[in-house]
Design a protein around this ligand. Structure first.
Ligand code: A2P
Length: 276
């Protein structure tokens, strides 16, 4: 599989696999099974968060797999109720303990706190410390819009490497994406299939047919061609494999434009300006 060779260089020189595996909503023994399956079919980039309540299981799955720690890219995130300098440091140490790892590859602020810029800055300063101590190879944010990011950039020493946002056909936050590109911040897409809601979209069904690919593959390749790292989720081994099988076709510029200009549709109702 060519997938493992595909990676993107972040603004601090760290390489990140260009497709990740999303793990929200999978917990307990099922989580151990799903993550082992995902690693077995070729995923090397796994995205979790303290809020997903599956870090213990993900740690177990990693140790039960045959893949070396250094060949995996593991992300976790600090949740909204643990923001602020000291709380974030504590929350990070708890994530490391639950994962039973010595470091994570990427650590993110899960959501910005609206109306409390200082809290976002203090949380970021804790991430900078974690990064400088080598306990996270890269740091970034999640669900930050342009205006949230501007505050961080105006008050930080380390520029975030990543911004993970909801991104799928019908939901392109162009202003935020353009800002990130200008500042060398790579975008990761959560819900790249619009939480599965884009799979029956007529425009996408018609385009996917031309390439003899599924709508899911079209959505994921569209992310890659927009330089966005998709984090698809699946509990089904065939669909997991399908979601990695993206490297034998290219979406034409004309079709990219059609998808880029699709009517607004949000797969979730989690708006970064109101979700506090
Ligand atoms: P399943 O776990 O049964 O495969 P998103 O990543 O946007 O949150 O979407 C996740 C949803 O999309 C899940 O319900 C998942 O179901 C489904 N899904 C993931 N990959 C595919 C695929 N290749 N084809 C169809 N459905 C998929």
């Amino acid at each position: 599989m060519s997938y493992s060779k595909e990676s993107i260089k972040l603004n601090n020189g760290v390489y990140i696999p260009s497709i990740g595996f999303g793990t929200s909503l999978v917990t307990g023994d099922e989580c151990i099974k799903v993550i082992k399956m995902a690693i077995n079919v070729g995923y090397r980039h796994i995205d979790t968060a303290s809020a997903y309540e599956n870090e213990v299981e993900i740690g177990k799955a990693i140790r039960q797999s045959n893949v070396k720690r250094e060949d995996l890219f593991i992300t976790s995130k600090v949740w909204k109720d643990s923001m602020g300098y000291d709380n974030t440091l504590r929350s990070f140490e708890n994530s490391l303990k639950r994962l039973d790892l010595e470091y994570v590859d990427l650590f993110l602020i899960h959501w910005p706190k609206n109306g409390d810029e200082q809290l976002n800055i203090d949380t970021w300063k804790a991430l900078e410390r974690i990064y400088k101590e080598g306990k996270a190879k890269a740091i970034g944010v999640s669900n930050f819009l342009k205006h949230h990011l501007e505050i961080i950039l105006n008050n930080c020493n380390v520029v975030p490497s990543i911004n993970q946002i909801e991104f799928h056909p019908g939901l392109i936050r162009k202003e935020t994406i353009d800002f990130c590109k200008r500042n060398n911040i790579v975008i990761e897409a959560w819900a790249p299939l619009g939480k599965g809601k884009m799979l029956n979209n007529e425009t996408l069904v018609n385009i996917a047919k031309k390439y003899n690919k599924s709508v899911a593959q079209l959505c994921l390749k569209w992310c890659l061609q927009n330089d966005v790292i998709p984090l698809p989720k699946s509990e089904n081994v065939e669909r997991m494999k399908q979601n990695l099988d993206l490297f034998d076709f290219t979406i034409t510029k004309e079709d990219m434009d059609i998808i880029n200009n699709m009517e607004f549709f949000a797969g979730s109702d989690m708006n970064p300006d109101t979700f506090n």
